[in-house]
Design a protein around this ligand. Structure first.
Ligand code: PHE
Ligand code: CA
Ligand code: ZN
Ligand code: ZN
Ligand code: ZN
Length: 283
């Protein structure tokens, strides 16, 4: 799998910040900054040769949008899906939550195109709307699939917050949630360990967009650099950063800007996205 240059991921975050700033300071569901964020990601993927589709839904009286992108190569009956939410809260621009996962996924998808990868399996990416209103977009997407279509999705890997300023290197625990996949957990751990990064397992339960896939019986996993929880002394020993301080002090705040990103965390988690996506797809 490729080593993704973090500068390319940061360039996407700069664009998402610009979009928020130009649209009242956020990229929230039902606000113009959300649709502009989606159009930014979609235009990059269209130019790279992805088949993209906007999936519409309604939440809190406003139209919501998911972006689905498929790399049109490999076995369409064996779909490897990864995703993250593209909406922010209305209080701020949501650059770590979840511009970071969105940008990392986008750059991995663009790298697949640049390298002209011909994987054995079919790669599909999702950027979800209205996660912050209660996982609405990802749930609407899973509900829109027939049971046959759900059965074709062999894995779903979620990335929600990967550039936290006082970062953790968490992998979703397979035993900590329904439909947690031991194989995905192991693969993500192996991706970090190949980079010399120690990990911890975390029980994310139903706190992000993997939950709808898990309810449908699809094997799930993911990585996470931490939100409002505080880093322990042992974690600060292992990962650096500040003990007794939140992983992300700007979680859901106006200060979740491009200044709220740890570049090393963004880089490592993005490289692990690439490791998982390429390996699961047989690339
Ligand atoms: N889903 C949470 C949010 O967007 C953040 C989160 C991600 C929490 C992953 C736990 C695990 O606010
Ligand atoms: Ca890298
Ligand atoms: Zn959030
Ligand atoms: Zn989030
Ligand atoms: Zn493990």
């Amino acid at each position: 799998p490729p080593d993704i240059p973090v500068a390319a991921v940061q360039a996407h975050l700069t664009e998402l910040q610009r979009i928020a700033t130009a649209n009242g300071g956020n990229r929230a569901h039902g606000r113009p900054g959300y649709r502009a964020s989606l159009d930014y990601v979609k235009s990059k993927l269209d130019a790279a040769g992805y088949q993209t589709r906007i999936h519409q839904f309604t939440a809190s009286g406003a139209t919501g949008y998911n972006l689905i992108a498929e790399w049109p190569h490999g076995d369409a009956n064996n779909v490897i899906m990864s995703g993250g939410h593209l909406d922010s809260v209305s209080r701020g621009p949501g650059i770590n939550d979840n511009g970071s996962g969105s940008a990392g996924l986008l750059e991995v998808a663009l790298t697949v195109s640049r390298q002209n990868v011909r994987p054995t399996k079919r790669l599909r990416f999702g950027w979800w709307g209205a996660e912050e209103l209660g996982l609405i977009g990802s749930t609407a997407y899973v509900n829109s699939l027939t049971s046959a279509e759900r059965g074709l999705i062999k894995a779903y890997v979620n990335f929600d917050m990967i550039g936290s300023p006082n970062p953790a290197y968490f992998v979703y625990s397979a035993s900590g949630q329904p439909s947690g996949s031991q194989a995905i957990e192991d693969l993500l751990e192996q991706g970090f360990s190949a980079k010399g990064v120690q990990t911890e397992l975390t029980s994310v339960g139903g706190r992000s967009d993997h939950a709808a896939f898990a309810r449908a019986g699809i094997p799930v996993g993911g990585t996470f650099s931490g939100a409002e929880g505080r880093k322990t002394a042992a974690q600060a020993q292992k990962w650096g950063g500040s003990a007794n301080v939140a992983f992300d002090r700007c979680y859901h705040q106006a200060c979740d800007t491009t200044s709220n990103i740890n570049a090393t965390s963004l880089d490592r988690h993005t490289d692990v996205i690439a490791h998982a996506v390429y390996t699961l797809a047989g690339a």
